[in-house]
Design a binder for this molecule. Structure first.
Ligand SMILES: [Fe+2]
Length: 291
């Protein structure tokens, strides 16, 4: 196991959460005599660390993601100035194309491109279930943001239409739930339910959805862990290499957020960050050992 014990500061916010949940899943698999066949990513996450590297290190099971991850790697390679990062998706064992099928035991799984939240996003349709990550959330929460680099509200609308073209009884498993009003966490809906009740989509036109989505995104802060997580997630969840002093480092672009303190409180407008990238004023530094 290559992951070393991280600092308490990062552990509190990231690793305890990530690894504990993964270990719970692995314990469930073992205690029910199940066989893990794939570690499937839907997209490079911007708000939390991918567990794919951790799970692969513990199980040896192959990883997979959508083939367009190569484009996402190129976007973030430039932002982080990672000149040595291979942008060929080789960090995963398999890269899926739109419409490709593969087997999980006797089940056939089908991959569908569902860009918008990121340009590399894919969904997995398996039997009467579809794993739709950050496209539609639960009906009372609407849809996922579409303002990350390579994201597009128009693409998200089309991806949602593709999902809603599945049979009405298809079970939809969503990627996040923000529990509006403090209600209990939920994760499963159906195509019919989303068509009828989704507050961003039901009864909306394409142009109205795009307007609504883009207006909401302009008001959303940058995810607190985006700059920390993406440099790991575009490597398939592998932590940066240990340096000569035995520590690992994350790299944080500093002047993308000129009026903010670079610390655990890192926060700011994603639009402000993207403008800094576009203007070429981005520089980088390394921040904080994580292992
Ligand atoms: Fe996401």
């Amino acid at each position: 196991m290559r992951h070393r014990r991280p600092s308490a500061r990062f552990r509190r916010k990231v690793w305890l959460d990530g690894n504990d949940k993964c270990d719970t899943i692995l314990d469930y698999i073992n205690s029910h005599n199940l066989k893990l066949e794939w570690i499937l990513d839907t997209h490079p996450h911007a708000d939390h660390f991918s567990a794919a590297g951790y799970l692969k290190a513990k199980t040896g099971v192959p990883t997979a993601i959508g083939g367009r991850v190569k484009q996402v790697q190129r976007i973030w390679q430039r932002i982080y100035n990672f000149s040595d990062l291979p942008c060929d998706g080789s960090q995963w064992d398999r890269l899926f194309c739109d419409g490709e099928t593969f087997n999980i035991g006797e089940l056939e799984a089908r991959v569908t491109h569902s860009p918008g939240h990121t340009l590399a996003s894919i969904s997995y349709v398996i039997g009467d279930a579809a794993f739709i990550h950050d496209t539609l959330f639960m009906p009372d929460s609407g849809s996922a943001r579409a303002d990350f680099p390579g994201g597009s509200a128009a693409d998200l609308w089309q991806s949602i239409q593709d999902i809603l073209s599945l049979p009405g009884e298809t079970r939809l498993f969503t990627g996040h739930d923000y529990r509006p009003g403090g209600r209990q966490a939920l994760w499963e809906s159906s195509v019919a339910e989303q068509k009828e009740k989704n507050q961003h989509v039901a009864g909306q036109s394409r142009s109205a959805f795009i307007r609504l989505r883009e207006a909401r995104d302009r008001a959303l802060p940058m995810p607190r862990l985006m700059l920390h997580a993406l440099q790991v997630n575009i490597r398939g969840g592998e932590l940066p290499q240990v340096e000569e002093n035995g520590l690992r480092y994350l790299k944080i672009p500093l002047n993308a957020l000129p009026h903010r303190r670079i610390s655990d409180e890192l926060d700011g407008s994603l639009q402000q960050f993207l403008r800094a990238i576009a203007s070429g004023s981005l520089i980088g530094c390394t921040l904080g050992p994580i292992g």
